[in-house]
Design a protein around this ligand. Structure first.
Ligand code: SF4
Ligand code: SF4
Length: 445
């Protein structure tokens, strides 16, 4: 909510020897973050950094292929992401919006393309102003259309296997769910970055409103700090207002919901006032801590650890990270499930051997083919009636069937024999061990 101020009288401009340029200029830093996050956004689905393959019901995280049956790890990973975003809102306000959010990155990029197309069209000296305007619009829409197809492709790749999606794109598939999703996403992306842009942040995006609720008195803000009356340094040049893409005047309040904490107004004010020999009046600040006070504070307060809440947030984050790393390192890339099938206790085979039924499930949850070797301990001459041992599993393949565990008759007066079935997917890995019983008749028939 903006707070209206009364029109102030024209200030007297006092000129001093110019100051050197500001040490930290935020816009180029932000653009470097944009490039890094754009590359991460594009690379994530292709490198399986993070991707949800809906048709195959697989979740890819940090290069690991998680099956839907491993929901606990998927849930943990999603919770970690949500916690990081919430913690960032509490500590750093809307820094995520202006430095990392794809909507902001592509909105600013589409504005740059629009300006570039306008400048290029101005070079058509012989064309009429109307023709130049048309050429600029045409070029802008053409670039945005190509970019929208690319962005929609990347976005849809988060949910559909990228090679499969590329095949659908090259065949102009508008029939299957994946093809239709890609086409609709392209249209939405095009309309978003030609018409909506940053309006999305203040109207549709729920994250901005949630951030408002999460902030407290220590959250990072962009704060205008000036004296009053005669001690006021603001020269009312309004450059801070003109550069603001969100269309606000930061001098009215640091708590305006439209402010995404981009820092463009900080750069603008520093640029103007330093030429007049004074430092800028707009700064990043923890809450409304004056800049001079913040400079005297110990390092941990300057790094944002300003109360116990922030320390707890850090500890919870470490707990989540350690928990997730452990869950990922302990997960078995090849799932082995061995259970007895007691629909019949035992069978006497024609050759006199005894057979028990075993339910076997082997699933290769890795991206490469593997072999699983199975053997029995504690029962002389026992063997599993498998078509081949080791069992070869292609990436993502599941082998599931009921097989006979066969062994010669044992003349020891016992009908229950304790055995172990072992399955080893990789010679370097520990074998999975399943302890169970083998049931035989007491006497040979
Ligand atoms: S007020 Fe300043 S920090 Fe906030 S959005 Fe506008 S330019 Fe960015
Ligand atoms: S840029 Fe600085 S000096 Fe100019 S109006 Fe904004 S706050 Fe005042």
């Amino acid at each position: 909510m903006s707070i209206q101020t009364e029109a102030s009288p024209k200030p007297k401009i006092e000129r001093l020897p110019p100051l050197p340029p500001q040490e930290t200029v935020y816009r180029p830093i932000r653009k470097r973050f944009h490039l890094a996050f754009f590359l991460a956004f594009v690379a994530a689905p292709f490198t399986n950094l993070m991707r949800f393959d809906i048709p195959r019901q697989r979740f890819y995280f940090a290069g690991q292929e998680l099956w839907i049956s491993e929901f606990a790890i998927i849930f943990f990973a999603m919770m970690l992401l949500m916690f990081v975003i919430a913690a960032s809102a509490i500590i750093h306000g809307r820094i995520y919006c202006s430095y990392a959010c794809p909507q902001m990155i592509f909105s600013e990029w589409s504005q740059s393309v629009e300006r570039w197309a306008g400048r290029l069209a101005q070079k058509l000296k012989s064309a009429s102003p109307k023709a130049r305007k048309l050429a600029a619009r045409g070029l802008f829409y053409a670039v945005l259309l190509v970019a929208s197809v690319f962005l929609a492709f990347v976005f849809t790749s988060y949910f559909v296997e990228p090679r499969d999606l590329l095949g659908r794109l090259l065949h102009f598939d508008l029939v299957t769910v994946g093809g239709i999703t890609g086409a609709v996403t392209t249209l939405i992306t095009f309309l978003d970055f030609t018409l909506v842009r940053q309006k999305f942040c203040t109207t549709v995006c729920p994250y901005g409103y949630i951030q408002g609720m999460l902030q407290d008195k220590h959250t990072l803000l962009v704060s205008y700090q000036d004296g009053t009356g005669e001690a006021k340094d603001c020269i009312e040049c309004k450059k801070c207002v003109r550069v603001c893409e969100m269309g606000i005047d930061i001098r009215e309040s640091p708590y305006q919901i439209e402010c995404v904490h981009c820092g463009d107004c900080i750069d603008a004010c520093e640029d103007v006032l330093r030429k007049l020999g004074k430092p800028g009046l707009i700064h990043y600040a923890w809450g409304e801590t004056p800049k001079a006070v913040a400079a005297q504070e110990p390092w941990y307060r300057r790094w944002g650890f300003r109360d116990a809440k922030r320390v707890v947030i850090l500890l919870i984050m470490i707990f989540y990270l350690v928990g997730l790393a452990m869950a990922l390192s302990l997960r078995r890339p090849v799932l082995v499930e061995i259970n007895p099938d007691r629909s019949t206790l035992f069978k006497v085979l024609e050759d006199g051997r005894i057979a028990n039924l075993i339910r076997l499930k082997l699933a290769n949850r890795t991206g490469k083919a593997t072999q699983v070797r199975l053997w029995v301990e504690g029962l002389a001459g026992a063997e599993l009636a498998l078509p081949a041992n080791p069992v070869t599993l292609q990436p993502g393949e599941t082998f599931e069937r009921t097989v006979e565990l066969r062994a010669p008759f044992i003349q020891d007066g016992q009908d229950v024999h304790h055995i172990r079935i072992l399955a080893q997917a990789d010679a370097a890995r520990k074998a999975d061990i399943e302890e169970m019983t083998f049931i035989t008749p007491l006497k040979r028939k």
